[in-house]
Write a protein that binds this ligand. Structure first.
Ligand code: NAG
Ligand code: NAG
Ligand code: NAG
Ligand code: NAG
Ligand code: NAG
Ligand code: NAG
Length: 267
C-alpha cells in the first residue's frame, strides 16, 4: 500500500512548524521608523523676511540678497567665481524642495588662515560652496527633527557629513572639523532660507584622506561568525557582506531540521 503522503495531522504540524520558522525575526529586521514627532514649538527666531528689490517674477537672487545684507563680499565672490550663483538661481526655479544656504560672513572668511582660500583649486572652491547648501528648505525649527548627518550639495553625507543640532534658539553646525553656529537669519521666504554662520564650514574631507567607503549597512553580529581574525578594512567589508549569506544558510538548516522533526513526529 502506498502510504498517504501527508495526513491531516502532519499537515497541521508542518503548518505550525512553518509558521513558527517563518515568524522568527530575520537578523536584519528593519529598525522601526522613528515615531513621527510633532514639531516642537521653538522660541521664534528673529527673522527679517525681506523682499530684495522690487517684487519681481522669478526666484529670489542669492547675490542680491547677500549684497543687501552686507558683509558677505567674499562669499558672493566665491558664488560668482564658481558659477554657483546661477546654479542656485536655476535650482530655485526648478526645485520644489527649496534650498537652505549657510552663508559665512566676511569675518568668518577672515578667520581662515591667510591664503587658505586661494590654495584651493576650482573644484575645491566649488565643493566648498556646495558644502554650505542643502537642497531643501529648512526653517530653523525644522532642524530640530533633522536626521544627522545631513546631505549637502557637496556630496553624500558619508563623504561630506554636516551635523545640525539645535538647543533653544541656538543652531550649531559641525563638519567634524569646524564648529559654528547660525548667527542670523538673513532671508527666508518658505522656499529659500539664508542663514549667516560664524565660520566657514570646511569639509573634513579637505583635511583627511577619505577612508574606503564603509559597508552600506553593517549587519548585526551573527553568533556563528567566522573565527578568522579580520584585520584589514577590505576584509571586514567582505566579511560583513558574507554574514547575511551565512545566516540565511543557517536559517535554512534550522528550518529543514524542524521540518524533518515535524515529519518524524507523525511517522
Ligand atoms: C542677481 O543680482 C546680481 C546683483 O547682485 C546681478 O548682477 C545679477 O544679474 C542678478 N541675477 C539675475 C539672474 O537676475
Ligand atoms: C524657470 O523655469 C521655467 C520652466 O519651469 C522656464 O520657462 C523659465 O525660463 C525659467 N526661468 C528662469 C529665469 O530660468
Ligand atoms: C574668528 O574671528 C573673530 C574676529 O574676527 C575672533 O573673535 C574669533 O575668535 C575667531 N574665531 C576663531 C575660531 O578663530
Ligand atoms: C552649541 O555649541 C556651543 C558651543 O559653541 C555649546 O555650548 C552648545 O551646547 C551647543 N549646543 C548644541 C545643541 O549642540
Ligand atoms: C554627527 O551625527 C552623527 C549621528 O548623531 C554622529 O554619529 C556623528 O558622530 C556626528 N558627527 C559629528 C562630527 O559630530
Ligand atoms: C567641536 O565641538 C565638539 C563637541 O561638540 C568638540 O569635541 C570638538 O573639539 C570641537 N571642534 C573644534 C574644531 O572646535
Amino acid at each position: 500500500m502506498v502510504k498517504q503522503l501527508f495526513s491531516p495531522l502532519q499537515l497541521l504540524l508542518i503548518f505550525l512548524c512553518c509558521s513558527t520558522a517563518l515568524s522568527q525575526p530575520p537578523a536584519q529586521a528593519p529598525a522601526a521608523p522613528p515615531p513621527a514627532q510633532a514639531p516642537v514649538a521653538l522660541p521664534p527666531p528673529v527673522v527679517q523676511s525681506m523682499a530684495p528689490g522690487p517684487a519681481s517674477s522669478g526666484p529670489p537672487n542669492i547675490t542680491a540678497i547677500l549684497e543687501k545684507a552686507g558683509h558677505f563680499t567674499t562669499f558672493i565672490r566665491l558664488l560668482r567665481s564658481t558659477k554657483m550663483d546661477s546654479d542656485i538661481y536655476t535650482q530655485l526655479n526648478t526645485s520644489s524642495q527649496g534650498l537652505t544656504v549657510f552663508a559665512p560672513d566676511d569675518y568668518a572668511f577672515g578667520n581662515l588662515s591667510a591664503g587658505a582660500l586661494n590654495a584651493y583649486n576650482d573644484d575645491q572652491k566649488s565643493q566648498l560652496v556646495k558644502f554650505h547648501l542643502i537642497s531643501s528648505y529648512f526653517s530653523l525649527p525644522e532642524f530640530q527633527t533633522v536626521s544627522n548627518p545631513v546631505s549637502t550639495e557637496a556630496g553624500t553625507k558619508v563623504e561630506y557629513p554636516l551635523n545640525v543640532t539645535i538647543s533653544g534658539s541656538q543652531v550649531n553646525l559641525t563638519s567634524g572639523f569646524v564648529n559654528t553656529t547660525v548667527s542670523n537669519t538673513v532671508y527666508t521666504n518658505g522656499h529659500l532660507a539664508v542663514y549667516a554662520v560664524d565660520q566657514v564650514l570646511l569639509p573634513r574631507r579637505f583635511f583627511v584622506t577619505p577612508s574606503p567607503a564603509p559597508a552600506p549597512a553593517p549587519s548585526k553580529p551573527v553568533k556563528e561568525s567566522p573565527s578568522t581574525p579580520v584585520s584589514t578594512a577590505d576584509a571586514s567589508v567582505q566579511a560583513s557582506g558574507a554574514m547575511p549569506v551565512i545566516h540565511h544558510a543557517l536559517s535554512a538548516v534550522t528550518f529543514l531540521s524542524s521540518f524533518v522533526a515535524a515529519l518524524n513526529l507523525c511517522v
